[in-house]
Design a protein around this ligand. Structure first.
Ligand code: ADP
Ligand code: 5GP
Length: 209
């Protein structure tokens, strides 16, 4: 029988306001083989955010302890707060046969490339800087000063695009979600996800004799 090692990390990065949370939530709604990696952060909860669902909200002392204990697959400081991905959660979900989707910044994504965890990295970009600005304003979660900071950072983040496997333009939302879904399907069928496919194929043949 032909067997696969099918699980991998689906890493979404985008400039703030690029649409990664929106796309990620749509993917979670339509996929039963994808789990969300809830990050740890030292930032304070915003609006309706709940501890353990949107983030694990911790203080700096606990975050630093987790770094020292080797609990993070990657971590980074973004806009003055610490964010990190739990290695034990990721490994448990991958072992259970689930893909794990996460939205992490470009620094964290480059650290994951250096690990032996299988992944696909997708960069999401709105159609233009003007659209990005408009969406940040419409989202109404950040002050004018914060929005200016995010737009400035966006320019630096775009320089990381060549380190990603795929680039999805988030113009029409449904199209962007469908593109990410297609990427997941394609990745599931990468040759290196199969465990000795030729041997598997030949074994099957013997069973049928
Ligand atoms: P990020 O998680 O990358 O910071 P969000 O998912 O919060 O970005 O999206 C930023 C804002 O843009 C949100 O208000 C969201 O509803 C909106 N948005 C996302 N994608 C689209 C799209 N394709 N068309 C219009 N608005 C969008
Ligand atoms: P926000 O505070 O707006 O939710 O997220 C700010 C930034 O932190 C976003 O770019 C988001 O992708 C990133 N981020 C969220 N979780 C993690 C994480 O676990 N690791 C890293 N490196 N970045 C993260």
């Amino acid at each position: 029988m032909i067997q696969k090692s099918p699980s991998f990390l689906i890493i979404l990065s985008a400039p703030s306001g690029g649409g990664k949370s929106t796309i990620l939530n749509e993917i979670l709604k339509i996929s039963d083989n994808v789990d969300y990696s809830v990050s740890f952060t030292t930032r304070k909860p915003r609006g309706v955010e709940q501890n353990g669902i949107h983030y694990h909200f911790v203080d700096e002392t606990e975050f630093k302890k987790r770094i020292d204990d080797g609990d993070f697959l990657e971590y980074a400081n973004v806009f003055g707060n610490w964010y990190g991905t739990s290695i034990s959660y990721i490994k448990a979900r991958l072992a259970a046969g689930k893909h794990v989707i996460m939205d992490i910044d470009v620094q964290g994504a480059s650290l994951i490339s250096a690990t032996d965890v299988p992944y696909v990295k997708v960069f999401i970009i709105p159609p233009s800087m003007d659209v990005l600005r408009e969406r940040l304003v419409l989202r109404a979660t950040d002050s004018a000063e914060e929005i200016a900071k995010r737009l400035n950072t966006a320019k630096d983040e775009l320089a990381f695009i060549p380190h990603y496997d795929y680039l999805v333009v988030n113009d029409d939302l449904q199209q962007a979600v469908s593109d990410v879904q297609a990427i997941i399907r394609a990745e599931e069928n990468r040759v290196n996800r199969y465990i000795e496919p030729v041997e598997g194929f030949l074994t099957q043949e013997k069973h049928n004799d």
